[in-house]
Design a protein around this ligand. Structure first.
Ligand SMILES: *Cc1c(COP(=O)(O)O)cnc(C)c1O
Length: 640
């Protein structure tokens, strides 16, 4: 690797957040490595070039099922190792929470690999359960049901048990137990040996997680039963003679748990609860520790929101060790541990690639050199003075003076005291001062916050052909960071600082926080745009939550999608799924393309009848309009 390449790898932090799955090849292109053999790689730029040749334009979501497999194996082997190391008697099973990414391709690929380890599914709604019931799971895997349930939900669970699935209904509210007991009576009335679902209870723990989702845990949490409620569930099950249905104790203290200490505390509390229930003579088999294993999006290995201060092995070790210690202390058998990790499994496998469409000018630059005359207004002359004499010592003070001068400039203009030309001159001088102040500020070891802000103002704004709301909603809603990186030119030093604007008409549609090892970067190092040469960026680690949480703001629909296999000869494009067309996204707001076509045609026909359009012109208009219904919602080069 050339030293420039090494440096860009470091600039973008690829080795910090990449979990070993990504790298840069000799051409300076981003590659994805096969988890089984890191010598097998797929060149992301070549994949995009191939797809473009087939008429598939960016943005494109690339899915690498092998990375999903890699994460499944990492999770499984970490627990296997911990179980061995600590002489743990129970097993470990995973159920994939469908809400993290319900795309059929993701679920089917997960089950294909996960079934080798008896990994199952977790559903939190009727729709998720409905799909899960039809999917083939391995015989010994579980189907765990969380979330609030009505009678139909519970009845679907019974249908699953009837179809031979190992369904576990986790009771979140007392009413769910009422439905369950009623349906048990119904199911066993005709056939006393009818297959019944298993039951679980979700406990409300006192322990909280850490990070953005810490509200999911603690006493005030939305989910879970209090101690008295759990005792009530047990009493009612005993009264109904159905206590043997209770097989699982569940908790989930939140997603993206950044701090291992908090996790250990929750494990202790939950293991104690499990032990006490066991001592009541109720042989619960499973302790479900929920999800929450974090992804280190910024690669800093800290308890920062977008990071985690542990890896998979440390997580597994702590879970196994804590549960074993408590169980041994209480003299109860070690339960089989169920894990509901979604983010950890699916974040890595998807990458969104898009092109930079253009650059947006926001700062005022002088087109012709500024000439200062003695009769220029004083405010303009002052700004000129600041520009000429700003230096490394006074830049901070001068920057503040310039801010004041600019205020004055606008006030005077609004009062009609200065001309349009003077205002123009003043603006150019102001931005010149800013540019110099920014340069001096960046030379300092510690850059004050106001200059971070200035840097954001000064830097280039690259217009990226995507919608933050559609493809990276957590960046907009929660300020969660995702690594962003060019997929080519990585053997050349990026010389520009830029933030990204998306193509929605929403000023929130920007990305101006970027991953960094020590901090959050206000700007991203990128390459200078070259006219008529595409420049592609990849938004990394977007495989968890982003796709399904994304919305149709401005009617930008789901992007094209390609499934990639990494083999001996590089990449193989296994499948292409076309993204939404204009007609598709309009359908989501109940506009039917056929009706729109009729209405448009009527308007054109009227113009023809009135002699304002020739028949030929009118026909062409109609044809063009109707064809556009099938086009991509994003910007495309030279029409589509
Ligand atoms: C969302 C959720 C999960 C998944 O959490 P991750 O952070 O994606 O691992 C697991 N269990 C329950 C009950 C959930 O609500």
């Amino acid at each position: 690797m050339s030293s420039v390449t090494e440096q860009t790898v470091e600039t973008y932090g690829i080795d910090n957040w990449g979990a070993g799955y990504f790298g840069v090849n000799r051409k300076g292109n981003l590659v994805v490595k096969s988890p089984e053999n890191e010598n097998l790689t797929a060149d992301v730029k070549e994949i995009i070039d191939d797809l473009r040749k087939r008429g598939i334009n960016t943005p494109i979501l690339l899915r690498f099922p092998q990375l999903l497999f890699g994460q499944i194996r990492k999770l499984q082997s970490s627990f296997k190792r911990a179980i061995k190391e600590f002489d743990y008697d129970g097993g470990h099973l995973c159920v994939y929470p469908m809400k993290v990414n319900q795309n059929r391709a993701v679920i089917e690929e997960y089950l294909r690999e996960g079934s080798r380890y008896n990994f199952g599914l977790e559903a939190g709604s009727k729709a998720e359960l409905y799909a899960a019931l039809a999917l083939e799971q391995s015989k010994d895997s579980l189907l765990v049901l969380n979330g609030f349930k009505d009678r139909d939900f519970v009845k679907l669970a019974f249908a699953g048990a009837g179809a031979g699935k190992n369904v576990v209904i986790v009771i979140e509210k007392m009413s769910e137990l009422d439905h369950t007991l009623a349906l048990v009576a119904e199911a066993t009335a005709e056939n006393p040996d009818a297959a019944l679902p298993m039951l679980g209870v979700r406990v409300k723990l006192y322990s909280k997680g850490s990070g953005k989702w810490e509200k999911s845990g603690g006493e005030a949490a939305k989910f879970g039963l209090t101690t008295t409620e759990i005792l009530e569930v047990i009493r009612q099950l005993q009264d109904a003679g159905r206590i043997e249905m209770l097989k699982l104790l569940h908790f989930h203290i939140g997603s993206q748990l950044t701090d291992i200490k908090r996790i250990k505390n929750a494990m202790k509390e939950a293991a104690r609860t499990y032990a006490k229930i066991h001592q009541m003579g109720i042989p619960i088999d499973y302790l479900d520790v929920g999800g929450g294993m974090a992804v280190d999006y910024d690669g800093s290995r800290t308890s920062f929101e977008s990071s985690a201060n542990y890896n998979a092995q440390e997580f597994a070790n702590d879970v196994i060790y804590v549960i074993k210690t408590v169980c041994d202390d209480e003299n109860v058998p070690h339960p089989t541990i169920i894990q509901e990790s979604g983010r950890f499994l699916s974040a890595y496998h998807a990458i969104l690639v898009t092109n930079i469409q253009d650059e947006i000018e926001t700062i005022v630059v002088n087109i012709t050199p500024i000439e200062i005359k003695t009769d220029d207004p004083q405010v303009v002359r002052e700004l000129h003075d600041l520009r000429e004499t700003i230096n490394a010592k006074n830049y901070r003070e001068y920057y503040h003076d310039a801010l004041e001068n600019r205020e004055e400039l606008f006030t005077m203009f609004n009062l009609g005291l200065i001309s349009l030309e003077d205002k123009g001159k003043g603006e150019v001088l102001f931005w010149d001062v800013c540019e110099k102040a920014d340069q001096f500020a960046q030379l300092k070891k510690y850059v004050a916050e106001e200059f971070d802000e200035l840097r954001r103002l000064m830097c280039a704004k690259y217009l990226a052909n995507f919608s933050v709301f559609r493809s990276m909603p957590d960046n907009w809603a929660l300020e969660q960071l995702f690594p962003i990186i060019p997929i080519h030119k990585l053997n050349k030093k990026p010389t520009e600082y830029a933030t990204l604007c998306d193509i929605t008409c929403d000023s929130d549609g920007i990305v101006d926080k970027f991953v960094d090892l020590h901090d959050v970067k206000p700007v991203l190092e990128l390459h200078k745009l070259v006219k008529n040469e595409p420049y592609y960026l990849a938004m990394m680690l977007v495989g968890a939550y982003q796709e399904v949480m994304g919305n149709n703001h401005n009617l930008f629909g789901v992007p094209h999608e390609a499934h990639i296999f990494i083999g001996e000869d590089g990449h193989i494009i296994k499948k292409v799924i076309y993204g939404a067309t204009l007609a598709d996204t309009l359908m989501t707001v109940r506009f039917d393309a056929v009706n729109l076509h009729d209405q448009f045609r009527r308007a054109v026909m009227k113009r023809i009848k009135d002699g304002q359009l020739s028949t030929k012109e009118g026909t062409q208009l109609i044809e063009f309009y109707e064809n556009q219904a099938e086009s991509y919602t994003y910007l495309t080069p030279n029409g589509s």
